[in-house]
Design a protein around this ligand. Structure first.
Ligand code: CU1
Ligand code: ZN
Length: 166
């Protein structure tokens, strides 16, 4: 599987400033071996494809998810939509599909998603997440699927190809 360029490599060099006003902002963390998906309970690191993380308001512990599919299924539930605070997905323009690197989590609410591509994650078809729309378009050109922004995602669109769990 190809990596999708290093378009954002230069951005990695930014953001090393003094801890300041945003020192309290919560960050995505590494997925450790043995971590289980908050939604389905599968051991996350065993599977390919983009994964997700979330912090909920008033909950200190980070939630980790086996796939963008499970993160988004959780995040788009009306009750979680209200309660959640910060969510992240892997930027697949930076990492190999088979083994995403946790250095490359991006804000899930500003990411672009290729839904319905031929590439599968832990739960079967899973949205491919990208920080850059042009990279998402190129991915869709190669693997099929539709490019959508976070606001365009719905539970229906996520689960069109079968829910894949239970
Ligand atoms: Cu799962
Ligand atoms: Zn899961």
């Amino acid at each position: 599987m190809r990596m999708y360029g290093l378009l954002l490599a230069s951005l990695l060099l930014a953001g090393c400033g003094e801890p300041g006003a945003d020192a309290l902002a919560r960050q995505a963390v590494a997925i450790e071996q043995g971590d289980e998906c908050h939604l389905c309970g599968m051991v996350i690191s065993r599977f390919p494809g983009p994964k997700g993380e979330a912090y909920e308001q008033g909950v200190e512990e980070v939630r980790k998810f086996c796939s963008t599919r499970d993160l988004l299924n959780w995040a788009l539930e009306p009750e979680n939509r209200h309660a959640r605070q910060e969510i992240w997905v892997h930027d697949m323009s930076e990492v190999p599909w088979e083994q995403p690197d946790d250095e490359h989590f991006i804000n899930a609410e500003t990411a672009w998603y290729v839904v319905g591509s031929s590439q599968a994650g832990a739960m079967g078809p899973t949205p491919a997440s990208f920080g850059d729309r042009a990279v998402a378009d190129a991915f869709a050109g190669q693997y099929g699927g539709e490019v959508l922004g976070f606001e365009q995602l719905t539970l229906d669109k996520l689960n069109k190809n079968g829910r894949g769990m239970h």
